[in-house]
Structure formats: structure tokens, C-alpha cells
Design a protein around this ligand. Sequence first.
Ligand code: ZN
Length: 385
Amino acid sequence: MPTPAELSRRALDYAAANQDALLELLETLCKIPAPSNQEELRAEFVRNYLLDAGAEHVYIDPALNVVCPLGCQDADDIRVFMAHTDTVFPASTKLEPRIAGGRMHCPGVGDDTANVAVLLLCAKYILQNKLKPRVPVLIAFNSGEEGLGNLKGCRRLMRDYQGRVHSVISFDGGLTHVCNKAVGSSRYEIKATTQGGHSFGCFGNRNAIEVLAGLITELYAVKPPQKAGTKTTYNVGLIQGGTSVNTIAQSASMLYEIRSDDRECLEQMEQSLRQILAKRKSADAKVELQLLGQRPCMGEVDKQRQQELEQFHFDLLEKYVGQRPKTGSGSTDCNIPFSMGIPSLCYGMYNGQGAHTLEESLDIASLTTGMRVCLAAVLDCFVDE
Ligand SMILES: [Zn+2]
């Protein structure tokens, strides 16, 4: 890949002239609730926006992705640029964007609404000016990136375009950090059930809470694999169970997750979980394991192609942001293409704070830089003179 080219005068003027339009678009998007698996309203807005800008083949797929292919018909080597429409906030969340002290405040404003807004404006520039793609490009506003979405949107996209994707850039997160390695995870509900009974009259019967507690103690005695250059973790995030103070608990359950940036280590942790569970099962206690979600680890990604992609985007970020980005592993939409061996990167178009909290905000001035970065990243695939 060549070094990032200069943006055309026309593109620079477009970025400068659309600063207010970007804020307005961001505010409008912020107000449209989009919990994972309920992205319908945002998807519809995004599709209509693209249609208004002149898109011809835009569609919403069954996973609620808004997909805008440009020069992709029968083509391989498709460059995918995506930003996710869903947020972690339930539909009941108050969504009232507020500007104060150079910042915009609203749950979800940065993650990932700002990136959706910037990519939308970038797509509008391409569509309005009828730019010719040099290589096939797919711009997607995908569903289901956050927890409960379980990467549903990206999975669907990668399946629909299987064998035809050259690389994936997921615009998610900020301008100073790039995720270039996948953290895989498995999330489970583990449930213990026993006969239970009256705390006094049936004393001696197995107690589901005691079974679960023993299980937790054992799980926390597991030493995660210590393979050099990798990180593996586990967590019990929630427990519930029991009936009353004078009842021997009949059921108790917990949410348990394991994470690793290494496939082998993740598999080892899965194995030790299954061994521990098998030991805990007995005639008077049932232990059930239910998989709630799974994000795959890195597959066999061609090192040189991944490096070329990194070089180009790191140079680009350095050029417009003024510093080379930090890198690290993460659990993002890129897990899916990574697991399929497709070179990928994840970064975003703003500087923000408090992602996944009600106090989330972003620095409005950083969006100006973000707009240029997005244009430079995507327009590299188009002829724009
Ligand atoms: Zn996100």
C-alpha cells in the first residue's frame, strides 16, 4: 500500500464546509435509540440518508446492517469500511445531546454514533460527486457490535461476502488507539439445581447456592495459561439464586466469562471449565452450562498484508492527528474478519470520554480531525481529482 495521498482541494473544502452539518447529524443520530438487536430506527435513518445522497444499491439485510456496495458487483478484494449503529443503552435511556464547554454529551455519542455520523458524511461526499472506485468498496453501518449483539452484524456481512473481502476497517473508538489484535471470549450462564427443602426440616439436602459457591471457588483457583505475549482472564460477573432465608436453595446461577488474545489459551480455559463442571455433577446436584455468546480469537492472518494495512493507517493517523497511534488487542467487530484470516483494524474519529456510561462525551474539535482521517482512509480507494 502506498503512503496516504493528500486529500483533494474539493475534499478539504467539503470537510471544512460540513462541520456544522456533522454536529447536526450527530445530534439527530444520538436521539434515535439503538440498543443491540433493536437497530431498526437507526438503520432506516441511515439508509434514507444514503438514498438522499444518491446511493443506488443500498439495502438493509436481515441482521439490520445497512450496506452500501460501491463497485462490488461480482468483484473480489472488497475493502470494507464499517461503523456500528447499536449502543449499550436500553431503549428507555434518556437521549438528549447537550453541548457545553466544547464537548457534546450524550450516552452513545462517541461509541459509536460519532463514527457513524462521520462515515455517513464521507459516503455522502463519494455519492454526491459520483466518485469512481479504484477498488471495490463496501460501506456498512452494522448492527450488533455491543455485548448482547454478539457481533451479529459483522458475522452476517462476512458470511454474505465470504471469500471476497480484502480488508476490514471498523471505525469504532478514538483517534489515538488502534486495535490490531482480537481478544476472543466465551460467555456462559452456569446453573445449579438441587432438590432443596425446608432449612430445618430437610437439613442435609444439597443446597444449590453451596454448589455454585464451591464451583466459583474452584474456578478462581484456576491459573490462566502463562504463554509469553498473551493475556488470558476470567470473571464471574453476576450471581443469583435461592428462595428465602429458611429455604435450602433449589437453584442458583451465575454469568461467567473467559477472555484471551490467544486461541490455544482460550481453548485451555474452556477445557478446565468443563473438567470442573463434570466433577461437580452428582446425584443430588445438577449443573448446566449454557453458552450466551462467543467471540473468536485471531485466525491465520497474513503477517505482511496485515503489516501493510497497519503501515498505511498508522501513517495516515500520524499525519492528521500529529502522533502515531498506540496499539493493542480488543474485542471488536474485527474479531470476525480476523478469525477468518482477513487483515483488519479498528479505530475511530474522535477523542472522547466515558464510553458505555450515561456521562459519555466527546471533544467537538476532534471531529474536524476525524472527518479528514475518515476521508483520507476511504478516498484512497476512489479517484478524486
Ligand atoms: Zn463500539
